[in-house]
Design a protein around this ligand. Structure first.
Ligand SMILES: Cc1cc2nc3c(=O)[nH]c(=O)nc-3n(C[C@H](O)[C@H](O)[C@H](O)COP(=O)(O)O)c2cc1C
Length: 361
């Protein structure tokens, strides 16, 4: 196998393959997918949103069941790989602090944190911890603000930054009208973030910048490396793998999707979200409601009192393949997926394509 891609270094961690598998809730990237990616030399990431959904006391005991499930998933992944493992913890989760503390206690290698600015994330990391903290941002402005704040308040800078552009899957950190605007294209954002972190790099810190959102082929990876990125984060392509923790039915929605099925919805959490259109989405569009009780208010910004459905429940149903009561999140490229393959085959393909692009550039 060709594996001489430039490694991704985050502090003392070195990923031989500079590809981070993006955290995908609810239940899409758990220990199975994360360990498979880490075993191939990339960074495998467990998503924490709704992670306790299979615990018997999930509805009665939201905080405790999520922490327990997170511990179990991290331990399961760790037992299956010596590679690099991360967790994705959205700032907007009401149990953000508990999840961060639990992941650090379990000795996770990296915490990725977006869906809001993780301004206080370093406050939860004890001095002796080796866990790396990697915010997910969608602008140079946000990157600069985080670096400044962390330096002033915690005397540290992010260990790396993921820049997520408007072609990503799931909730998006943009206004709907920005999604197709070339000023917000990932290429532009990566350049802006590199510029924003330069003063901090010059003062001796290394802050690798990782490009995410619409990265699909090895040629795409090559393009972002040329722009100065140190790695990429990919979500959509990892859904269509054997090891992905979603049901077969969920993966097949990607294989069957046509370009016109990929659409943007207004999520109850107040952000645009990219999904694969189905009957459930159409019913909500016609004003139909799916009544629900909200026992735990899992996302701070969720307008659960007026929302026509529960987003957590809809995503949990989708993960299990129940599309009468749910829909899949997906990236803009999901319609390009034509089959489900092992993680190893995906990584080998990306590496081969990367080298082809390098040779012809
Ligand atoms: C099904 C799905 C679920 C996702 N869930 C999360 C999540 O829980 N937290 C998060 O920060 N990003 C989430 N994302 C974004 C991915 O981690 C990733 O950054 C993004 O999809 C990259 O773009 P790509 O799908 O075009 O590769 C999700 C994406 C998908 C496709």
């Amino acid at each position: 196998m060709i594996n001489n891609l430039k490694s991704l270094c985050i502090g003392e961690l070195t990923a031989r393959i500079p590809i981070i598998q993006g955290g995908m809730g609810v239940g899409i990237s758990m220990s199975g997918l994360a360990a498979a990616v880490a075993n191939e030399g990339g960074v495998g990431v467990i998503a924490t949103a709704g992670i306790g959904m299979n615990e018997p006391d999930f509805y009665r005991n939201f905080a405790e069941s999520n922490m327990r499930a997170l511990r179990e998933e991290i331990r399961k992944a760790r037992a299956a790989t010596d590679g690099i493992l991360g967790v994705n913890i959205m700032v907007a989760l009401t149990n953000f602090a508990e999840m961060v503390r639990t992941a650090i206690e379990e000795g996770i290698d990296i915490i990725f944190s977006g869906a809001g600015l993780p301004l206080n994330l370093p406050a939860y990391r004890p001095r002796e911890s080796r866990t790396k903290l990697v915010p997910i941002v969608s602008s140079g402005r946000a990157a600069a603000m985080l670096c400044k704040r962390w330096l002033e308040k915690f005397d540290c800078v992010p260990d790396a930054l993921v820049v997520e552009g408007p072609r990503a899957g799931g909730h998006l950190g943009f206004k709907v009208e920005q999604l197709e605007n070339p000023d917000y294209a990932l290429e532009t954002l990566v350049t802006d973030v590199l510029e924003a972190v330069r003063p901090y790099q010059e003062s001796g810190s290394s802050i690798p910048v990782i490009a995410a959102g619409g990265v699909y082929t090895g040629a795409d990876i090559h393009k972002f490396f040329q722009l100065g990125a140190a790695g990429v984060q990919m979500g959509t392509r990892f859904v269509a793998t054997d090891e992905c923790d979603a049901s077969r039915e969920f993966k097949e929605t990607y294989v069957n999707a046509r370009a016109e099925d990929i659409m943007i919805i207004k999520s109850p959490v107040g952000l645009p979200g990219r999904v694969i259109r189905n009957d459930f989405i159409d019913a909500v569009g016609r004003g139909e409601k799916e009544p629900f009780a909200c026992p735990y208010h899992c996302i701070v910004t969720c307008d659960y009192q007026t929302s026509p459905y529960c987003i957590a429940l809809a995503l949990m149903n989708a993960k299990k393949g129940n599309f009468r009561h749910g829909f899949p999140f997906a990236g803009a490229n999901a319609y390009r997926v034509d089959r489900i393959i092992p993680v190893k085959e995906l990584i080998d393909t990306l590496v081969r394509e990367y080298h082809q692009a390098e040779c012809s550039s």
